[in-house]
Design a protein around this ligand. Structure first.
Ligand SMILES: NC(=O)C1=CN([C@@H]2O[C@H](COP(=O)(O)OP(=O)(O)OC[C@H]3O[C@@H](n4cnc5c(N)ncnc54)[C@H](OP(=O)(O)O)[C@@H]3O)[C@@H](O)[C@H]2O)C=CC1
Ligand SMILES: O=C(CO)COP(=O)(O)O
Length: 335
């Protein structure tokens, strides 16, 4: 399959804008859709999306618009960069505009609350395209670091390996190195679950705990994520890769992570509403996905104790201190 020529990125938040920059830097012809006209105007005028990426100069070749039809016109790749829980509604509106045969790419890391579906499943269903047309990009990809052109690797996953390779070419730059994979289930489960584990790590930081605690949560978090992924049909090796362990470590360890920061506020005693207000509208996917992942795990008889307490802290009034004590007090068992 030929390298794509025209790419539309729908969603101009931190990651959509950064990924559009990566694609433009890789030489692709990119149009970025922003839902607010003033954001598109600022990108075209001052080459900046100050609300999400202050101080980052966007390439001259990157064009922005608030007209979704103009953005997707003639595109052979359409990248979806909106939050997981709004993707279905957004895509339903865009579906009539999508060029036939275009590769649809998900950047979102979550599990839909109402259906417990992964993002690629939502895309296949709403766009009514074969799953071979749907791809996912996921890895240790904190937007601000990539926007600053710090070296980063990622994974481009698609059941159609040729499409994955075409997309890999379209987003390879001297600072961004994509690998291909065909295990969509593993890549997406890893991406959604790491946000929940990052919330737990943030709570640990907020409670004043150090690196042993973080490391224990990361390792046991990876164990429960892998259990769920394997139950759903994923390749267990995916969880040792960039989109598994790689993203888990980056998100849990970095103060740039919105999920970790959100968890830290809860750990310091703030309420969910206070932590949400401090996020200034930026999405912390784990806050909702902890509930959908917990339900998905229950449906498949998989134990996910960290995800369970994160859900109860976020939505059922459990406090982070007692949540930590509960995890430590669980029945003793072999590793
Ligand atoms: N940021 C990162 O480092 C990374 C993020 N991701 C994932 O990418 C996805 C998008 O995240 P990110 O860009 O960071 O999120 P942000 O919160 O930074 O931006 C969200 C974007 O979606 C738009 N948006 C929000 N709600 C709606 C809606 N109802 N309809 C249409 N557009 C909407 C926002 O528009 P507006 O500005 O007008 O509100 C904004 O452009 C998430 O699933 C995230 O987990 C993955 C890898 C890295
Ligand atoms: O997915 C991410 C890094 O890979 C971004 O994480 P946050 O959404 O927690 O900022």
């Amino acid at each position: 399959m030929a390298r794509p020529e025209r790419i539309a990125v729908l969603g101009a938040g931190s990651w959509g804008t950064t990924f559009a920059k990566v694609l433009a830097d890789a030489g692709s012809d990119v149009v970025l859709w922003a839902r607010r006209a003033e954001v598109a105007e600022a990108i075209n005028g001052s080459r900046c999306n100050a609300g999400y990426l202050p101080g980052v100069r966007l390439p001259e070749s990157l064009r922005a618009t608030d007209d979704a039809a103009a953005a997707v016109h003639d595109a052979d790749v359409v990248v979806l960069a909106v939050p997981s829980q709004t993707l279905r509604e957004n895509l339903a509106g865009w579906q009539p505009l999508l060029p036939a045969g275009a590769t649809l790419v998900s950047l979102a890391k979550g599990v839909e609350l109402s259906t417990l579906k992964r993002m690629s499943e939502v895309i296949g269903e709403v766009a009514d395209v074969p799953m071979e047309q749907v791809a996912v990009v996921s890895g240790p990809n904190l937007a601000k670091e990539i926007a600053a052109e710090q070296p980063t690797a990622t994974v481009v996953a698609c059941a159609d390996h040729d499409r994955a390779i075409a997309l890999q070419h379209a987003c390879s730059t001297p600072y961004f190195r994509p690998y291909t994979n065909t295990d969509l289930i593993g890549i997406e489960i890893a991406g959604a679950c790491k946000n929940v584990i990052a919330l737990a790590c943030g709570m640990a930081v907020g409670l004043g705990f150090g690196h042993n605690t973080m490391s224990s949560l990361i390792t046991r978090g990876l164990a429960e994520t892998t259990r769920l992924g394997v139950a759903l049909g994923a390749d267990p090796m995916t969880f040792a890769g960039l989109a598994g362990l790689g993203d888990l470590v980056a998100t849990c360890m970095s103060p740039l992570s919105r999920n970790r920061t959100f968890g830290e506020r809860l750990g310091r005693g703030e309420t969910l509403a206070q932590a949400q207000e401090a996020a200034h509208g930026q999405v912390s996917e784990g806050v909702k996905s902890c509930s959908s992942i917990r339900q998905l795990a229950a449906r498949h008889g998989v134990e996910m104790p960290i995800t369970d307490v994160v859900h109860r802290v976020c939505h059922e009034g459990l406090q982070p201190g007692p949540a930590a004590a509960e995890l430590l007090g669980r029945e003793r068992k072999p590793e």
